[in-house]
Structure formats: C-alpha cells, structure tokens
Design a protein around this ligand. Sequence first.
Ligand code: CO
Ligand code: ZN
Length: 328
Amino acid sequence: MKRLLQQLTQIPGPSGYEHQIREAVREMVAPHADEITTDALGNLIVRKGKVGQGKRIMLAAHMDEIGVMVSHIDENGFARFAPIGGVRPAYCLGGRVRFLNGRVGVINQEKTADPAKTLSLDQMFIDLGGADHGIKVGDVAAFDRTFADLGDRVVSKALDDRVGVAVLIRALRQLESTPHEVYFVFSVQEEVGVRGATTAAFRLAPDVGIAVDVTGWGDTPNVPPMVDVALGKGPAIKIRDGGMLADPRVVDWMISTAEKAKIPYQREVLLAGSTDARAIQLSRAGVPAGTISIPCRYVHSPSEMVDVHDAENAAALLAAMLSREVPF
Ligand code: CO
Ligand code: ZN
C-alpha cells in the first residue's frame, strides 16, 4: 500500500489534466479488468464481473488533485494564478508548484501585503525563476512535495484522493470474482464540482453507488469535538456530509459487512464538503449512494497525512461488500 501511495501521489494531475495519472492507473488495473473504457471527460471506467449479473454497482475515486492555473505573467517571470479547486492561501505561501512540463515555481506574496490581514491569493504570485521559463497563460501546475513514510502513517500532497484511487486498485486486485456488475470509476474534475462522476453516473445508470474519498479529522490539538473521526481507527462510514445524506441502506450494508468481516470502522458525520457520491446519488432519477472515507489530516495542504491501515481496511471492506449479495 505504501509503495502504491508513493507512486500515485507523485504523479501530477490537477483537475482537467488527469492524463498522466490516468495512464498510470490504467496500467495497474489492466491485468485485473474485464473491460476498460475512457469517456469524453477522461474518466477511466473499469468493469469487473459479467454484464447483467447481480446489481450494477458504481465505485468512484477521483484522480484529480487541487492545483493552480496561470492567469498572467510579467516580463520578469512572475505569474499570477487562479486556484483549481479548494486551494487555501495559508498552505500556498512559501510552497512550490510543478507544471506538467516539469518546471517548478515558488509561491510568495507582494512585499506590501499586510501580514496582519488575511492572506489572499490575489496578492500572491508564482516566481518562475526568471524570464526564460516556457510557461504560458492557462498552463496548470500541481503542488510539489515529496512523499514521507512515518511508519503507520504517510505524508504527501494529493492523498486527496490518490488514497481512494489506491483503495479501489487494491480492492480490484483482491476481488477474485463478484456476483455483480461492478464499475471502478477513476473520476476526473471532482475538486471543481464532482463533474466527472456526474457524467460517469449518467452513462452507467448504476443500481447503487459508492465513493471512496478522504474526510476530516478530530484528533489534533484543539479541534472542536464535532469531528468524531481519528486516524488509525479504521475507514469511516459516511452518514452525512455537506452535500449528501448517505442512503441508510448503503450505510447498513457497509456496517454489517465490516462487522461480519471483523474490519474496524468509524461512523462519520462531516459538517462541510462532499464527494463524488453526491453526484451519483442525484444522477438520473436518483441512486442509493454512500461513501467510504479515509481519515486524512490537513486536507488540501501539500502535506496531507493518512494511516495506511485505514486504507488497507477500506480496500478489504470494499472487496468483502462486492463479494456478497447486496442486502436491499
Ligand atoms: Co479534495
Ligand atoms: Zn477528494
């Protein structure tokens, strides 16, 4: 799992520019897939199980990550930029971004920016290191930060949601056979409004949908005790987030499977934010949907942290769910 996470997180894939990560995932899943397609938006759709048997199940983990897009460059090689997804100014200052051609830029801010005031992306720029940089308006970059192994836990940029991608890959590898028609969707453009999952869900018209994504945490100093989720206590079964009330039947399916298979789990109520499951749930005439979450500290920072056992247990839970009848 650690090696998989290291490989997946280091590949850049800001929303809308997922081609590099998509090709890497395609190679990893090819030996285990019954069919692989890529749709118009770039979602990678991997089928496992015979068409027409059991339930038609859509799983989703997003390949894209937050990043920046250049909006203006001056003659000295300082670029202004727009965020791609939920980029937080406090996490930008002093950080680095890497463009798809490999060029690195450093983010800092105007000297006149008032440190007493809230940080603002409007007063920040990317220093491209001189005028000879080859970067154009509209070019995109992902945050640049190396992977670190802390034992049970790992730290990297883009664990949102490459950890979900890793969970889907591992579940696919563990799943020898399934009585269902299962689609593993490696989705695009989640960070800009669950766009890839929206078109993929329309195409697949699933009977049930499950997203695998990161969630918040409540186990660092002085976090309000509203978030009852901790690293290392198992995958979190989402009951509610800012965009979705998980279908109670899907929640029961997850919990009963976890208890039967003796897989640890946590119950999750997230106050803000949502996942691809929202798009699946509201697709067509509506689809029962839920989310298996990986607790992740410092989401959308270049140093996100997860516990690898939570990811391994999430994959085991998914594989167990897909091996049995859906109880509704
Ligand atoms: Co995110
Ligand atoms: Zn995510």
